[in-house]
Design a protein around this ligand. Structure first.
Ligand SMILES: [Zn+2]
Length: 77
């Protein structure tokens, strides 16, 4: 089964056209700006469940969209 993502600009496309990354949630108790940047860049949450992700339509419109995906099923919300 091939996963598909619906782009608001291009319509439904194969997942192979996209690259993505987790939108990190930095804990509030990290208040130093440099420490927050390090946490955001290097410490991924790797959540089992629904996560917000930024997807870039690399082989389409070359725009970013924010989607929610369940990591257990790969279903988009
Ligand atoms: Zn697109």
């Amino acid at each position: 089964m091939t996963l598909r993502i619906t782009c608001p600009h291009c319509g439904t496309r194969e997942i192979d056209e996209w690259v993505h990354g987790e939108i990190p949630v930095v804990p509030d108790d990290i208040t130093d700006a440099d420490d927050r940047d390090v946490d955001r860049a290097y410490f991924h949450n790797n959540v089992e469940g629904v996560v917000r992700e930024a997807w870039f339509h690399l082989y389409g419109c070359r725009r970013w969209v924010t989607l929610e995906r369940d990591t257990r099923t790969d279903a988009f919300q």
